[in-house]
Write a protein that binds this ligand. Structure first.
Ligand code: 5GP
Ligand code: MG
Ligand code: MG
Length: 183
């Protein structure tokens, strides 16, 4: 699949699987105090992580999705966010866990946290599979982090380049020829 496009595999399918199980166990332990856990997945990037995470989670959770678009280039975000698809339900009084694919500048997440907090959930936390170095500098509280990765553009397991590579079961870096061939 995508022969020759992937320069290197950064995180294997097995490593993702192990980490998802570990995160799910940790979340389960932290949310024993009762009340419905509501997972908010951010489309489309978080969809693979969200569905695997929900299945690995030992306790019941409800699934909601939001789609946002941040103005900016395809590889960096500006922090100006537009809601493309909002939640279907009210989250007031719920324990909400945002499930994210990757945090880079943290601008998208920072906006999302503010937006969701204004809807008065009982609690609001973030679980991200990947985090890049810049995100550490931004003051965004992220309770659960799968992997801290280098500052490289990655694809796979939900993450795309021009809507491609989301269906890869692992996370890898792209061969520079992909950026330059204009596909
Ligand atoms: P932030 O607002 O944190 O800078 O941007 C987060 C969003 O940018 C992610 O949800 C994702 O859509 C995109 N993004 C950031 N880094 C990468 C990357 O390495 N690969 C891909 N495919 N998308 C990324
Ligand atoms: Mg995302
Ligand atoms: Mg994208």
């Amino acid at each position: 699949m995508y022969d020759g496009d992937i320069a290197s595999v950064l995180i294997t399918e097995q490593q993702i699987k192990d980490k998802v199980a570990e995160l799910a166990k940790q979340v389960d332990e932290d949310y024993q105090r009762g009340g419905d856990l509501l997972l908010v997945g951010v489309l489309k990037g978080a969809v693979m992580f969200m569905t695997d995470f929900a299945r690995a989670l030992p306790q019941p959770a409800q699934l909601e999705f939001m789609a946002v678009s941040s103005y900016g280039s395809s590889t960096s975000s500006s922090g100006v966010v537009r809601i493309l698809k909002d939640l279907d339900r009210d989250i007031a009084g719920k324990n909400v866990l945002i499930v994210e694919d990757i945090i880079d500048s943290g601008l998208t997440l920072s906006w999302l946290l503010k937006n969701l907090r204004s809807r008065n959930p009982a609690s609001l936390e973030v679980c991200t599979l990947l985090r890049k170095p810049d995100a550490v500098q931004v003051d965004v509280p992220v309770r659960y982090v799968g992997f801290d990765i280098p500052n490289e553009f990655v694809v796979g397991y939900g993450l795309d380049y021009a809507e491609r590579y989301r269906d890869l079961p692992y996370i890898g870096t792209l061969d520079p020829k992909v950026y330059t061939s204009g596909v």
